[in-house]
Design a protein around this ligand. Structure first.
Ligand code: SAH
Ligand code: SF4
Ligand code: F3S
Length: 437
């Protein structure tokens, strides 16, 4: 029987999480996951549409997998995720995918595979539903860290962004299901739980909000670290920060995408805050939780962005000194409102601005890293590669350890070297779970 499947996931945390959902659904139907693409009878590509480049990469990988059919004629290739939702049956008709399933259609993957095996007719399932995958306990690969998707979709409609069109309306997963998933992660030994969603602060269930949810997850015993990603600046208030400060397991890091330092551009992007409001939120948060680290996303070259707008972005990143930033140049996306804006920034200018921005932020990131030198901090070992181990601070910084350590264990270490931006830690002692800070 042809039943081994291989999954390759691109894109954001949602896709990584949903790779585990797909595994759980396939396993329940009697299929079996393989970590080797050459062993597989079925290959699933979980794709991202956020930028053109992401799509081109996925298509490149798809064509490579299609090439494998020469030696393995029965190989089934499925395209899942956001590109499936955006391209719909074009992926069957123009690209030759056997299975195309949007993010709301993973429950019927086993049926799609069976029908395809019987009929050889390409299958397409790309309608929206209000699917939340309640009742499915996704497979989690790591023994140390785990994600829980707490909501799906997005209602914010930032004018550059395809996500609301490929993921549908915002919907929150039930508190019960989230707690069940957390308990299962903890039972498997996970120490670090991240709640994920496109805008986690918008989570709701009846009269409960995100703060009720995070307090409930924080109360569970048996694990030590609680994170969330992503929060939208317009929804972050002082009340949130005060609550985070009172939680036992909250890790002092917030990813808060700023996108631009120009109010005119922020308004055209439909972001719902001004640069000054954003600065105030970060400064207030740092007063309440001094060790809090901030990371951000920045987008340059949005239609009509002038050099003066861009310089405001440079100014604000110097002002706020983010610990790290993901930086992108604007990529025009189907369905989005920004496609109709005039005054597109030439590709060459977008590239140049991105280069300048990266240069500026790199200096900040390097300086922030160098501040860690000599400090003692608790780190959780997440993975190992040969003699090197990768550990994380509560502030979300990776520390490399070159001594024998145990994955899943917390240690007190001293940062005694910085290579590039990467801190290298020397182990001082092993920390018992009840003593983890
Ligand atoms: N929900 C998250 C972001 C999801 S997309 C949020 O609201 O912050 C991740 C990042 O990709 C965005 O923050 C943005 O910086 C970038 N991005 C989104 N659309 C883009 C586009 N059309 N071109 C370039 N970058 C884009
Ligand atoms: Fe996209 Fe904005 Fe929603 Fe984030 S909040 S997913 S950037 S529309
Ligand atoms: Fe990409 Fe879809 Fe996430 S477009 S960023 S994989 S929600």
């Amino acid at each position: 029987m042809k039943n081994r499947y291989f999954i390759k996931a691109y894109g954001c945390q949602m896709n990584l999480y949903e790779a585990g959902v797909v595994s759980a659904i396939m396993d329940q139907a009697g299929f079996e996951q393989t970590e080797s693409e050459t062993d597989a009878d079925i290959i699933y590509l979980i794709t991202c549409s956020v930028r053109n480049h992401a799509e081109q990469r996925a298509l490149g990988r798809f064509n490579y997998f299609k090439g494998m059919k020469k030696d393995k004629p029965g190989l089934i290739i499925g395209i899942l995720g956001c590109m499936a939702q955006s391209y719909k049956d074009k992926l069957n008709t123009e690209h030759g995918a056997d299975i195309v399933a949007g993010p709301d259609q993973y429950r019927i993957l086993p049926e799609l595979i069976n029908t395809f095996q019987q009929t050889q007719i390409p299958q397409n399932a790309t309608s929206f539903s209000c699917e939340n995958y309640e009742g499915i306990m996704p497979r989690n690969k790591s023994k140390t860290t785990g994600f829980i998707s707490i909501m799906r979709g997005c209602n914010n409609y930032c004018t550059y962004c395809i996500v609301p069109y490929v993921r549908g309306r915002e919907r929150s997963k039930s508190l019960d299901q989230i707690i069940k998933e957390a308990e299962i992660l903890v039972q498997s030994g996970v120490q670090d739980i991240t709640l994920v969603g496109q805008n986690v602060l918008a989570w709701r269930q009846d009269n409960l909000d995100f703060l009720d949810l995070i307090k409930a997850v924080d109360k569970l015993d048996g694990y030590t670290r609680l994170r969330f990603i992503t929060s939208h600046p317009k929804d972050l208030t002082q009340r949130h920060i005060q609550t985070f400060a009172s939680l036992k397991k909250f890790c002092a890091h917030i990813h808060l995408p700023i996108q631009s330092g120009s109010d005119r551009i922020l308004q055209l992007m439909n972001r719902g805050y001004t640069c000054a409001e954003y600065i105030e939120k970060v400064e207030t948060a740092r007063k309440i939780i001094p060790e809090l680290s901030f990371t951000t996303d920045i987008l340059v070259g949005f239609p009509s962005e002038t050099e003066a707008d861009f310089q405001k972005t440079i100014w604000v990143i110097k002002q706020l000194q983010f610990d790290f930033a993901y930086m992108f140049r604007y990529s025009e996306r189907p369905y989005t409102k920004s496609r109709d804006l005039n005054d597109k920034v030439p590709e060459q200018t977008r590239r140049q601005r991105l280069t300048d921005l990266i240069q500026t932020q790199n200096q900040i990131t390097a300086r922030k890293s160098s501040e860690l030198l000599g400090r003692q901090m608790q780190v959780l070992v997440e993975s190992k590669n040969g003699t090197q181990a990768y550990a994380r601070t509560r502030t979300n910084k990776i520390v490399i350890i070159k001594e024998p350590v145990k994955t899943g264990q917390t240690y007190l270490c001293q940062i005694d070297k910085i290579v590039g931006w990467t801190p290298i830690g020397k182990i001082l002692e092993t920390i018992k779970q009840e003593e983890v800070l």
